[in-house]
Design a protein around this ligand. Structure first.
Ligand code: UD1
Ligand code: UDP
Length: 362
């Protein structure tokens, strides 16, 4: 059996790493096809280094563009490689343009598709990620749902039960595999002049937020209010999309907000695990803060990670400045004693085990 791992962006590299590790452990035949959707060192290569992954066998170097440009170029490149390599299974993770292109190219060539992190729904079709998720789920053969809730979403859409496997989320595996290394090896506190639990951390890059001037302004104004209230540094590793938009819209970074370049996974984990609270519009960061028992304020009106709201690790603030401050006070006033709903850190093992078993059965 031959497996093709198709990935292309920061979160896919991180969340696929436990699956890749398990493929190695089980001695299965696989190769990595990178679309090149992310290509800057600190959105791409740094993760292969931090997570000790071998180089992709192929990189399509598609780069940035409109949704159609990115997806179209990927489809053409992926098809060529799949035709040459003839894998039995393609594995994709998440909801990016890379995921949709990988699944679509494979489905037309009648190659089985495994979707890691299947069944997430924000119920907001204005987000490109929601379209990518729905389409990918409906053409996949093995749907690896991280939680029972995600499985429920798939069943409601008519996806047959026998295709769905609840495995936990591979981000739990990635955290368990890397947190101790990050705590031991990383010295970012000295570099940034920080004390444990005495700073806030921010990530915000979602198209639906940062491409809209009023929403991006609301986020920055909200951070200003938080600094005025708490007088603690706010560390913001900035995604290139956001950096570009702040410049285009002529916005100012408020006092107290320390904008830095995006950091590697180990540095980010250390910052995240020790923050007083995290502000984010990232999907992965909502999960990670929940697992790390750090309160989270999500700068969105909805989430495809409702489990975090249910256990009380996260609250939706949207992008209104006063609401951001109110949510911060709310989250700092309650205990961080929730239970992690995303699994036991063995998702990578389960996913590779299922793929192996299924291939023997056929
Ligand atoms: C993509 C995903 C998003 C995911 C995010 C992870 C889609 C539709 N969106 O968004 O779901 O949360 O990745 O971070 O697939 N750029 C660079 N260097 C890079 C890559 C991008 O500078 O290596 C800049 C370019 O100006 C580019 C912009 O970032 O135009 C956006 O990149 P793109 O990959 O299109 O979308 P993301 O916002 O990264
Ligand atoms: N992350 C990182 N460095 C950073 C910001 C985020 O390593 O400077 C990691 C973070 O730990 C998480 C992932 O990137 O695992 C989230 O990616 P992103 O927010 O880009 O995508 P999303 O999860 O929203 O799809």
């Amino acid at each position: 059996m031959k497996i093709s791992i198709i990935l292309g962006t920061r979160p896919e590299i991180i969340k696929m790493s436990p699956v890749i590790r398990e493929l190695e452990n089980k001695g299965l035949d696989y190769f990595i096809l990178h679309t090149g959707q992310h290509y800057s060192y600190n959105l791409d290569k740094i993760f292969f280094e931090d997570l000790e992954l071998s180089e992709p066998k192929y990189n399509l170097d598609v780069g940035s563009g409109t949704h159609a440009e990115e997806t179209g170029k990927m489809l053409m490149g992926i098809e060529k490689i799949l035709n040459k390599e003839k894998p039995d299974v393609v594995l994709v993770e998440g909801d990016t343009n890379t995921v949709l292109a990988g699944a679509l190219a494979a489905s037309k060539l009648h190659i089985k598709i495994g979707h890691v992190e299947a069944g997430l729904r924000s119920h907001d079709r204005g987000m490109p990620e929601e379209i990518n998720r729905i389409l990918t789920d409906h053409i996949s053969d093995y749907l690896f749902a991280p939680t029972g809730k995600a499985k429920g979403n798939l069943l409601k859409e008519g996806i047959p039960q026998h295709k769905i496997f609840v495995t936990g989320n591979t981000i739990v595996d990635a955290i368990y595999q890397n947190l101790e290394i990050a705590e031991r090896k990383i010295d970012i506190f000295n570099k940034l002049g920080l004390e444990r639990d005495e700073y806030f951390l921010v990530t915000a890059h979602r198209q639906k937020n940062v491409d809209v001037k009023e929403r991006l302004m609301g986020i920055l104004e909200g951070l200003k209010l938080v600094y005025d209230e708490f007088n603690l540094p706010i560390i913001y590793p900035i995604h290139p999309r956001t950096k570009k938009r702040i410049h285009e819209f002529g916005l100012e970074i408020p006092r107290g907000v320390n904008v830095i370049e995006p950091v590697g996974f180990l540095e980010f984990l250390k910052l995240e695990a020790n923050a007083k609270l995290v502000f984010t519009d990232s999907g992965g960061v909502q999960e990670e803060t929940c697992i790390l028992k750090v309160p989270c304020v999500t700068l969105r009106d909805n989430t495809e990670r409702p489990e975090t709201l249910e256990v009380g690790s996260n609250v939706l603030a949207g992008t209104n400045q006063e609401k951001i401050l109110d949510c911060t006070k709310l989250m700092l006033n309650h205990e961080n004693n929730w239970v992690n709903p995303f699994g036991d850190g063995k998702a990578g093992k389960r996913i590779t085990g299922i793929i192996k078993e299924e291939s023997i059965r056929k």
